[in-house]
Design a protein. Structure first.
Ligand code: NAP
Ligand code: ZN
Ligand code: ZN
Length: 357
């Protein structure tokens, strides 16, 4: 099915109109008309090939929200008209320990990421949500919360689960003094989630102008990290720190803010990334990593957000402004998530490219 999309033709090139081929739904597939797609900083890292494994043409987008328009003959879970989401991955081996445990992003086989990846055949490229529709196996589809505006819920599919998962995994409890480093797409959702869990939340930001926003989002405290004395004055203050920063920075000063047996979790993926061991060793601290959560946990997160009214602050854009949005995100000029209105892709097909291989 020829499908309008926007693609990056090469590393660091501008994105432009492109046509991809979506498969006809098989027995277990769901065809989704995409209504909104969030713009994650990972999209930018990847189209700029900052992680070194980019394949082009690339159609980014892994915060995909839309409506089921067709279902395969064996699909039982979904029906036409359902409001659904697709996050960071569209398939996995389904057999390994991680998959069986519902931790698909940690699949020991191979994860089929939603773009810049391949289907389980290891060959067919995956294309993401900067497009008008997507065909996905029903087991990798999420139900979107009816209580939340869809454009504000779409970012939960990456920004939401990437921050919810470590908050849960590392056992953040009501009353815990925790910190979120970086008030961006991930960070602002993390503040809302952690507040909904009852934590005492401090934002550590290098942008003094974000103070009012942080407090409006529910943060209890806001510290500007350009003031180096902040680090001395807040030694061992937090039980848990979530680092969402997209730019290379020293971790040690932040690790020093963790209490004994506390944990700092990196979710931001700057490249290159700088690590130092002593700050971990000298208080038996743990520096951990965390990926997005599995399907079960993602659904749990969406239901939690629905219950607590947790959603993203978004700026909805037409796809034609995607390059500007990427540039603005890099310039730290987004409050706090760009979301593509996929209707702007139209149903006209561009003659410029054909991704069938
Ligand atoms: P974003 O909206 O661009 O936010 C990044 C934040 O980093 C900014 O808001 C800013 O916060 C801080 N920052 C930017 N430039 C900085 C600088 N020069 N020095 C210090 N801080 C700076 O990005 P995002 O979409 O939230 O993504 C954040 C990171 O998480 C990216 O690296 C992304 O690839 C990664 N990610 C990882 C996963 C995963 O599974 N682990 C999933 C999704 C995203 P302040 O202005 O408050 O300092
Ligand atoms: Zn993402
Ligand atoms: Zn697996």
């Amino acid at each position: 099915m020829r499908t309008p999309a926007y693609a990056a033709p090469a590393a660091r090139a501008r994105l432009g109109p492109f046509t991809i081929d979506r498969r006809e739904p098989g027995p277990h597939d769901v065809l989704i008309d995409i209504r909104y797609c969030g713009v994650c900083h990972s999209d930018i890292h990847q189209v700029r090939d900052e992680w070194g494994d980019a394949a082009f043409p690339m159609v980014p987008g892994h915060e995909i929200a839309g409506t089921v328009s067709r279902v395969g003959s064996a699909v039982t879970h979904w029906k036409v008209g359902d409001t659904v989401g697709v996050g960071v991955f569209v398939d996995s081996c389904r057999r390994c320990e991680a998959c069986v445990a519902g931790e698909e992003p940690y699949c020991e086989g191979s994860v089929s990421w939603s773009y810049n990846s391949t289907e389980q055949d290891g060959r067919t490229p995956t294309y993401g949500g900067y497009s008008t529709r997507i065909t996905v196996d029903e087991a990798y589809v999420l139900r979107m919360p009816a209580a939340l505006p869809l454009e504000r819920a779409a970012p939960l599919l990456c920004a939401g689960i990437t921050t919810y998962s470590p908050l849960r995994h590392f056992g953040v409890q009501a009353g815990d003094p925790i910190a979120v480093v970086g008030l961006g797409g991930l960070g602002h959702v993390a503040v809302r989630l952690a507040k909904a869990m009852g934590a005492h939340v401090t934002v550590l930001s290098h942008s003094p102008r974000k103070r009012d926003d942080a407090l409006r989002l529910g943060a209890d405290d806001f510290l500007v990290t350009v003031d180096a004395t902040v680090f001395e004055r807040n030694l061992k203050r937090f039980t848990f720190i979530l680092d969402t920063v997209s730019v290379s920075h020293a971790y040690d000063p932040y690790i020093e803010l963790v209490r004994r047996d506390g944990v700092m979790v990196l979710v931001g993926l700057p490249e290159p990334s700088l690590l130092g061991a002593p700050a971990l060793v000298n208080a038996r601290r743990r520096l951990a990593g965390s990926n997005v959560g599995g399907i079960r946990e993602t659904q749990e997160m969406l239901d939690f957000c629905s219950q607590h009214g947790v959603m993203a602050d978004v700026e909805v854009i037409p796809i034609q402004r995607i390059n500007e949005a990427h540039d603005r995100a890099v310039a730290n000029d987004v409050r706090y998530r760009f979301v593509i209105d996929n209707a702007s892709l139209g149903d006209g097909l561009s003659g410029r490219g054909d991704a069938r291989r």
